[in-house]
Design a protein around this ligand. Structure first.
Ligand code: SF4
Ligand code: SF4
Ligand code: SF4
Ligand code: FES
Length: 952
């Protein structure tokens, strides 16, 4: 029978168990000491005494329904359930006796009487704890089987693309219901009916697909029988290898046990020991890994003379040789600085480090940048300048100590779902919630949670709003002056205070810009400042603005002034989008910085790298991505190496970007698929998925976790090996035998990784940098006694409205975001069954704006900005406020970035994706292509509307 091999201790660990008093008791003669509040079942399991159980599992609170875990306690009457009975000093517990065995056997016979004898477990590909327990108890038959009414003919629900629900195997233990409530926080399942008629029901007796279920898989993971089971496990059979690795989708960085059979993934099981996810997952990491073996994968290198020629398959030697000779030819003709590279936030730290090393050491310039330029570069700038480190201040677990949670410009349930589940747990415990977003994101009203405040500000007015929050805090005397005096530059504080106290920054005076009622702003400022522990979580709705860096400073100013940095439960927490966007920044991907955010002009740092790398390095920063494109159009930048990115789809103002690519003479794209950028490439080098390599990713909480190879690279090489080949062909030798050797180099050249090694990582599971001799096991909370920069620095944050404003011609503001089932440009998720939930981008329009234009849900609408025009289907909803339209950017067909403008953050050039002035019109005569697109999206819109109707 299939087994996960995990030792389930039955009930969860006691929260904060290090601070809890210990209790000593005796279980089957063995003396056991555990934290107070531990169940007898868990205490026994810790002593390797495994009491039979069915309704208990250590990710869920004890429920006490199956009566299999009964024990005897000296001096107490009856047979208490060990999962719901807590330890106490001096207890003497017996877990095995003839009486207990008789009771358990009797209970087991009742279960078996209504469970298929030949359930999935007998095919060896399904786990069934019921049969496992029956085996342990020696029960093979049931006295109650004959003649009784049974559920064995119940219909299966196969609606979810990834898992089945077979009621005939269900023992109504409620583990799935509790997992959906407690772990995921979606509350999609109930037990309907009573007694014999009780059964698991999704929403109001719907199929799983039609219900609120978000396909996170928590119920499947919790199910002790095969009633809820992965289809892949049923199809592919028992895995024969388990590899612990890290999800390659979002910045939560969930840990998984990849269960594989002969090199093929059978199941991605969330790792209960994972420090970022504690055994939870979302639909992407848990199920959407099929892209790795998709038929669209390109596994042979290709070259072509011009982008109008067909691709020619060639050997690795020829492709690498061609790319290297072209780069050298271009440098000879146009100069050393005429080529550059883009590192990937999807690739590993080691791969990113190698690409920036290739650019600096082999290309001989600093023309390296990363896609973080277009998402979180303002985080780096804003946090480095105010508190001294370009990263979030907390661990995810810190949220469990927050009293007030501020979510600004982020949509965690869609973009960072596993962290959102943890945040929702804290909110259900009573923490207050403030949402600052133009759109009514799901968190504003979700089962058992209603935001205390939602400030639906106008896109582009974050800075004005935060200045007004600061105004209230300062003018009402809510600042923590002792904290500031102790930790911050007092001059800067005084200047900032004087600035925000000006009347023009009052909520009453900024309301005309922000559109937010002054009394709401005042209430929110008071709540955050007097919270006890106030924690701010933010996303791209903060950074992707012309004042992105200013807004990050606004957040840091407010957090410092209210004393909300430097301990658990508080902090400034950027929710990073891609799996390794933190890592790609840490590893020196920006043109002005080496790894660890040290400027290239710093002589001591540069000398360190020069000695290690055996080359002389430039002291001047290189070109940023937008500058590379500008230079290409000017004729001075002619070659680019792009690893694992798709700027032709992900960067703003697509026409400008593609014109720049067309102007280049050698574009080398390294990717899994022929992406949009590959249309402009001359060399295509096959990439490797996260399942095909070793390395590390760094998540949004600075947590570095191992990526481990599950299958051999389909094209023969992992991405880090391809970069080495290119470097060697360029005449700069690289000879690493394993990514651990690259990490050793990172460690010796980067102070924040000074005490880091693979050996330590394997031992500890994951490590949050800084990992130094002073903090050898890593640093969960930063800035504890003082800020990394010494004294925290306040910055005056003048609000400068974006030039992108609603006008008579373009009266609406377009803002963009993500959805749960798709990921970024969709290259991976579009090639999985996740298209069941979202097969196209749709445009959300407020009913008022829709009505005045005669637009209904499902209509195709043309959307025009001063940069371009796109067509996509409408979804009329009051999730957006009047005057604002919203779409995602996961599908090349809709080309959302065709309409975004060239506006960018003043400090970092991060594009202003979140504000584009547009007009929309109903398309009355769609083209043939648009009709096909429409049909494509109809099903999705039906699903969307159906759900809204159900849950209204
Ligand atoms: S589906 Fe599984 S977890 Fe849910 S009640 Fe049935 S047996 Fe228990
Ligand atoms: S998959 Fe997740 S959301 Fe869906 S029912 Fe199960 S636990 Fe709930
Ligand atoms: S929350 Fe993010 S890291 Fe975790 S499984 Fe989902 S996509 Fe992967
Ligand atoms: S495991 Fe304790 S009652 Fe079910």
């Amino acid at each position: 029978m299939y087994s996960t091999g995990y030792h389930d201790k039955g009930t969860p660990k006691v929260a904060g168990d290090n601070d809890v008093r210990n209790v000593t008791l005796e279980i089957d003669g063995q003396t056991i000491t555990v934290p107070e509040g531990t169940s007898i079942m868990r205490a026994a399991a810790l002593g390797d005494v495994n009491i039979p159980k069915l309704c208990a599992t250590d990710t869920l609170k004890a429920f006490g329904s199956c009566r299999l875990c009964l024990v005897e306690i000296e001096g107490r009457r009856g047979f208490p359930a060990s999962c719901t009975t807590l330890v106490a000093d001096g207890l003497k517990v017996t877990t095995e006796s003839p009486k207990l065995t008789a009771l358990r056997r009797s209970v087991m016979e009742l279960y078996l009487s209504d469970h298929p004898a030949d359930c999935g477990s007998t095919s060896a590909s399904r786990r069934c704890e019921l049969h496992e327990m029956a085996g342990k108890l020696g029960v093979t038959e049931s006295r109650y089987s004959l003649g009784g009414t049974q559920h064995l003919q119940s219909a299966k629900d196969e609606s979810n693309p990834y898992f089945t629900f077979d009621q005939s195997e269900c023992i109504v233990c409620s583990r799935c219901v509790r997992a959906c409530d407690e772990v995921q926080g979606t509350f999609a399942l109930t037990i309907q009916g009573r007694g014999f008629s009780s059964k698991v029901s999704a929403s109001q007796n719907e199929s799983f697909l039609a219900s609120e279920c978000v396909s996170c898989g928590a119920c499947v993971e919790a199910c002790p029988t095969g009633a809820l089971g992965e289809k892949s496990l049923i199809q592919l059979g028992v895995p024969n290898k388990v590899t612990t690795t890290t999800c390659a989708y979002c910045g939560v960085g969930c840990s998984f046990n990849a269960e594989s059979k002969d090199g093929e993934v059978v199941r991605m099981a969330p790792n209960r020991d994972g420090h970022a996810n504690h055994g939870h997952a979302c639909v992407k990491g848990r199920f959407a890994y099929g892209y790795a073996t998709h038929g669209d994968r390109i596994t042979t290198p290709m070259i072509r003379k011009s982008i109008d020629d067909p691709w020619q398959q060639v050997s690795w030697d020829e492709a690498i040789g061609h790319a290297a000779s072209e780069f050298r030819r271009i440098q000879t003709k146009y100069g050393r600085d005429s080529i550059g590279g883009i590192t990937s936030s999807r690739c590993t730290n080691e791969e990113t480090f190698l690409v920036q090393k290739l650019v600096r050491a082999a290309f001989g310039n600093n023309n390296v940048d990363t896609c973080a330029r277009v998402c979180h570069s303002p985080t780096g700038y804003g946090l480095k300048n105010t508190i001294g480190e370009s990263a979030g201040t907390q661990a995810f677990d810190s949220v469990m100590k927050a009293d007030v949670i501020v979510v600004v410009g982020a949509n965690p349930t869609e973009g960072h779902p596993v962290f959102a589940s943890q945040m929702k747990r804290r909110l259900r415990q009573g923490a207050k919630l403030i949402v600052i977003d133009p759109r009514e994101i799901a968190l504003v009203k979700t089962p058992h949670i209603t935001a205390d405040y939602h400030l639906p500000l106008r896109p582009g007015t974050n800075v004005a709003l935060f200045n007004s929050l600061a105004h209230v805090v300062v003018t009402e005397g809510l600042t923590k002056d002792d904290y500031v005096a102790d930790r911050c530059e007092v001059d800067s504080y005084d200047k900032w205070k004087a600035f925000v106290a000006e009347a023009r920054n009052s909520p009453e005076n900024t309301a005309a810009s922000t559109g937010v009622k002054p009394e709401l702003v005042r209430a929110v400022a008071r709540l955050y400042a007097t919270a006890g522990n106030g924690a701010i979580y933010y996303g791209l709705g903060v950074t992707e603005h012309s004042q992105g860096s200013t807004m990050v400073m606004c957040i840091a100013n407010l957090a410092m002034a209210t004393g909300n940095v430097g301990r658990e439960g508080v902090g400034i927490n950027p929710l990073r989008g891609q799996n390794n966007v933190q890592g790609s920044c840490d590893m020196g991907s920006f043109p002005h910085e080496f790894s660890g955010y040290r400027h290239v002009s710093d002589d001591a740092t540069r000398t360190l790298f020069e000695k290690d790398w055996g080359v002389s390095l430039l002291a001047e920063p290189g070109l940023r991505i937008p500058n590379m494109f500008e230079a290409a159009l000017d004729g001075s930048f002619m070659g680019m190496y792009i690893q694992g990115e798709d700027p032709a789809q992900s960067d703003p103002d697509t026409q400008h970007v593609t014109a720049a690519f067309k102007a280049m003479e050698c574009v080398v794209v390294q990717d899994l698929f022929l992406n949009e950028t590959a249309k402009y490439a001359h060399v295509f080098l096959p990439g490797s998925s996260f399942l095909e390599k070793d390395g590390t990713f760094t998540n949004a909480e600075r947590r570095v976790s191992r990526v481990r190879k599950v299958m051999e690279p389909r094209a023969g090489f992992a991405d880090w090996e391809v970069t080495m080949l290119l470097s060697n062909a360029l005449g700069y030798p690289m000879h690493y035998r394993h990514p651990s050797e690259i990490m050793d180099e990172i460690s010796r050249l980067t102070p924040t990784f000074g005490a880091f090694s693979y050996e330590k990582l394997d031992r500890l599971g994951s490590i949050q940098w800084p990992c130094t001799t002073e903090a050898p096991d890593g640093t969960p909370t930063m800035h504890v006694d003082h800020f990394v920069r010494g004294k925290g620095k306040f910055f005056v944050t003048e609000f400068v409205p974006t030039s992108e404003r609603a006008t008579r011609r373009y009266p609406l503001l377009l803002t963009t975001g993500r959805i749960l089932s798709q990921y970024n440009v969709g290259a991976q998720t579009r090639r999985t069954m996740n298209t069941t939930w979202a097969a196209a981008d749709v445009l959300e329009i407020h009913p008022h704006d829709a009505e005045t234009r005669g637009i209904k849900t499902g209509d195709m609408v043309g959307l025009t900005s001063r940069s371009g025009e796109i067509v996509l289907p409408a979804d009329v909803t009051d999730r957006v406020r009047p005057g604002v339209v919203y779409t995602t950017f996961h599908f090349p067909e809709s080309g959302a970035n065709v309409v975004t403008t060239e506006n960018s953050d003043w400090a970092t050039n991060c594009p202003e994706y979140k504000v584009t002035a547009v007009e929309i019109v109903k398309v009355t005569h769609p083209s043939a292509w648009q009709k096909r697109f429409h049909e494509f999206t109809e099903q999705q819109l039906r699903l969307l509307k159906g759900r809204e109707a159900t849950h209204a």
